[in-house]
Design a protein around this ligand. Structure first.
Ligand code: OGA
Ligand code: MN
Length: 301
């Protein structure tokens, strides 16, 4: 059976059926990769991939970015459930991370090397809410008027997890988010060019917080305005999960956020993050750091 690609009712995104991601051959991968470049987000219903199959599929896109300093952490659970069966509480770091994910973002933009792509498989889905929403930053850039395009052309913003969590009332005390808060956050252009398609997109989201040359209040107002304009129809798609669905998005040109749900209900997602390409996704401010020995944490293909 040949794969069927059905565009979403939005400026981006497509659903692909008639393909078995666990048994993907090179011809199938080329179809997926072309669709990924064209649509920037792909929905694969009812794949039911296991850990290893998900990681193998992710490695088609590039090296895996490890979310913990643990080579086994190629696929991690994004879950509000605790090992004892209870659910996370508001004063816990994991709860605060989940709440943070409810703000529009692109993964790892606060790290020296931003992510290329990410995927989720739904394992346990709450009865209401808990969707994942995506927004197309290519169309957002294209839709800006010339005046706004001119205004942002040469601007860059710092990206910081410490700052994005602070904006929603949480204080990070450990980990990479804290590390780059003390060492200095990466600075990234507001306009990013896609290496495969040449299309420009807005590179913004909750982690962006300060713009050299602008007063901080003015910078935040500009970032808020851009985000508000960008994350609207026809540039958004909200995926209502069925267990077994897999969704993959291009972190270079798509923002995403989790939608709220009753944290008394369980939600378990399996996440795999694909590392950026240093030639394209390393913050300009991190190049010096790299020259002095910094290496991004990734597992090999
Ligand atoms: C993530 C993320 C969104 C979701 O895992 O990086 O943002 O819907 N997840 O769980
Ligand atoms: Mn995310």
């Amino acid at each position: 059976m040949d794969p069927t690609i059905t565009p979403l009712d939005a400026s981006f995104g497509a659903v692909i059926t008639g393909i078995d991601l666990a048994g993907l051959d090179d011809a199938g991968w080329h179809i997926v990769e072309d669709a990924f470049h064209e649509y920037a987000a792909l929905v694969f219903p009812a794949q039911n991939l296991g850990d290893e199959a998900q990681v193998a599929f992710a490695k088609r896109f590039g090296n895996i970015e490890l979310l913990r300093d643990d080579p086994k952490a190629e696929a991690v659970l994004i879950s509000n459930e605790k090992p004892d069966g209870g659910v996370v509480e508001p004063d816990e770091h994991r709860y605060q991370t989940l709440r943070g994910n409810e703000g529009w973002h692109t993964d790892s933009s606060y790290m020296p090397l931003a992510s290329k792509a990410a995927m989720l498989t739904a394992l346990v889905v709450p009865p209401a809410g808990g969707e994942t929403e995506l927004a197309d930053m290519r169309d957002a850039y294209d839709a800006l008027d010339d005046e706004r395009k001119d205004r942002i052309r040469d601007l860059s913003a710092y990206h910081s997890l410490y700052q994005s969590q602070a904006k929603v009332g949480y204080t990070i005390k450990t980990g990479a988010g804290y590390g780059y808060h003390t060492k200095g956050a990466p600075l990234r252009p507001l306009v990013k060019t896609h290496p495969a398609t040449g299309r420009k997109s807005l590179f913004i989201g909750r982690h962006a917080y300060r713009i050299p040359g602008l007063e901080d209040g003015e910078a935040q107002a500009l970032l808020d305005d851009l985000l508000d304009f960008a994350c609207r129809p026809p540039r958004t798609y909200k995926h209502a999960w069925q267990p077994g669905d897999l969704v993959v998005w291009d972190n270079r040109c798509v923002l995403h956020r989790a939608r709220p749900y009753d944290y008394g209900e369980t939600r378990v997602m399996r996440h795999t993050r694909v590392a950026g390409d240093p030639a394209n996704d390393l913050a300009p401010t991190a190049r010096d750091e790299r020259a002095s020995g910094y290496e991004p944490t990734t597992s090999n293909r």
